[in-house]
Design a protein around this ligand. Structure first.
Ligand code: NAI
Length: 328
C-alpha cells in the first residue's frame, strides 16, 4: 500500500476548512487509493475548534485518513508537507486600506513561505485560497527560494466553475459538455472569464451564445461579482463551493486535465500572453504527470486583450505595493 501523503491545511477551523477537510479525508483531493495524513494549522485561539473538527473527522472513520495533527506553529505544520492548502488569511475589515490588508496578510504568508522553504517535502505543491489569493501566493513564494516558484499557485478554479455554471444555464447544456473555458488575471472583480476559446459539444461557445451584450453586461459581471452575491444571499462568504474548487484544483494538478480540455490556475507567469514574468496570474493550463503547462497560441482579440490587461495591471499594482512594504 501507498505511504500517506501529508496535506497541510491552514485556517482549518474556518468555514472553508469545515467544508474541505472531510472531502480531503474521504479521498477526493488526490484519488480514492491515496491515504492522507492531515496537518492542521490554526492560530492559538482557534486550536480548540480545530480539535473539535478533528474529533468529527475521526468519527467518520474514513479508511484513507491515516492521522491528524494540529499545530499553532507554521514550521511544524509544514514539516514534511506534500500538499499545502493555505486557506487562513486576514479578511478586509470595514474601512481597511489596501496597504493595511496587504501588510496584515504579509504577516501570515511570509512566515508560512519560510516554513515551507525550511521543511516541506521536495514535491510540495501549494494552493493559496486565502485572499488576496494571488498576491498572498506571491508573498509566500518569494520567501521560499529553495522551492521551484511554479509550485506556488493561487485559486481561480471557483471562478472557472462559476463561469461553467453560468454558461451551462445560458445554453441549457450540462457543464460536462463545456470545455476550454478560461479565467485570466486576478481572483478579484477584475478577473476575465473568457468563452471565446471555449467549446460546447465541440462547437465554439461564443458563437453558440451569439449575444455580445449578454457576454459583456451579464456573464462577465455575474461571474466576477458572484462572491459578493453569495455573501448578500447567504450572510456568509462562499465556503462549500470554495472548498470544492480547492479539491478540483489540486486533483487536476496531480491527476491531469482530460484530453481536449484545460482548466484555469493562477501560476507564476513565464511572460506568456504579455503577462509580466513572476506575477501570479490566472492562465489556461493543461496538467499531466503532476505538472501544468500554459496553453499557448490562443488568439486574443481586442475585447479580451483589454480585460486581461486590466486585471494584470491590478496584479502589477498589488506586487508593487507589497514590494514597497518590504513583503517580497
Ligand atoms: P474564516 O474566517 O471562516 O476562516 C479563516 C480561518 O483562518 C479562521 O479559523 C482563522 O482562525 C484562521 N487563520 C487566520 N490566520 C491564520 C494563520 N496565520 N494561520 C492559520 N490559520 C489562520 O474564513 P473562510 O470563509 O474559511 O475563508 C478563508 C479565506 O478564503 C478568506 O481569505 C476568503 O476571502 C478566502 N476565499 C477565497 C476564495 C477564492 O476563490 N480564492 C473563495 C472564497 C473564500
Amino acid at each position: 500500500t501507498q505511504a500517506p501523503v501529508n496535506v497541510t491545511v491552514t485556517g482549518a477551523a474556518g468555514q472553508i476548512g469545515y467544508a474541505l477537510l472531510f472531502r480531503i479525508a474521504s479521498g477526493q483531493l488526490l484519488g480514492a487509493d491515496t491515504p492522507v495524513r492531515l496537518r492542521l494549522l490554526e492560530i492559538p485561539q482557534a486550536v480548540k475548534a480545530a480539535e473539535g473538527t478533528a474529533m468529527e473527522l475521526n468519527d467518520c472513520a474514513f479508511p484513507l485518513l491515516s492521522g491528524i495533527d494540529i499545530f499553532d506553529d507554521a514550521k511544524q505544520a509544514f514539516s514534511g508537507a506534500n500538499v499545502a492548502l493555505l486557506v487562513g488569511a486576514r479578511p478586509r475589515a470595514k474601512g481597511m486600506e489596501r496597504g493595511d490588508l496587504l501588510e496584515a496578510n504579509g504577516g501570515i504568508f511570509k512566515p508560512q513561505g519560510e516554513a515551507i522553504n525550511a521543511g516541506a517535502a521536495d514535491d510540495i505543491r501549494v494552493l493559496v485560497v486565502g485572499n488576496p489569493a494571488n498576491t498572498n501566493a506571491l508573498i509566500a513564494q518569494s520567501h521560499a527560494p529553495d522551492v521551484p516558484a511554479g509550485r506556488f499557485t493561487a485559486m481561480t478554479r471557483l471562478d472557472h466553475n462559476r463561469a461553467l455554471a453560468q454558461l451551462s444555464k445560458k445554453l441549457d447544456v450540462p457543464v460536462s459538455e463545456i470545455t476550454k473555458l478560461t479565467i485570466w488575471g486576478n481572483h478579484s472583480a477584475t478577473q476575465y472569464p473568457d468563452i471565446f476559446h471555449a467549446e460546447v459539444g465541440g462547437k465554439n461557445a461564443a458563437e453558440a451564445v451569439n449575444d455580445q451584450a449578454w457576454l459583456a453586461d451579464e456573464f462577465i459581471p455575474t461571474v466576477a461579482k458572484r462572491g459578493a452575491a453569495i455573501i448578500e444571499a447567504r450572510g456568509a462568504s462562499s465556503a462549500a463551493s470554495a472548498a470544492g474548487a480547492a479539491i478540483d484544483h489540486v486533483h487536476t494538478w496531480v491527476n491531469g486535465t482530460a484530453e481536449g480540455d484545460w482548466t484555469s490556475m493562477a501560476i507564476p507567469s513565464d511572460g506568456s500572453y504579455g503577462v509580466p514574468e513572476g506575477i501570479i496570474s490566472s492562465f489556461p493550463v493543461t496538467c499531466s504527470g503532476g505538472e501544468y503547462r500554459i496553453v499557448q497560441g490562443l488568439e486574443i482579440d481586442e475585447f479580451s486583450r483589454a480585460r486581461i490587461d486590466a486585471s494584470v495591471q491590478e496584479l502589477t499594482e498589488e506586487r508593487d505595493a507589497v514590494r514597497a512594504l518590504g513583503l517580497i
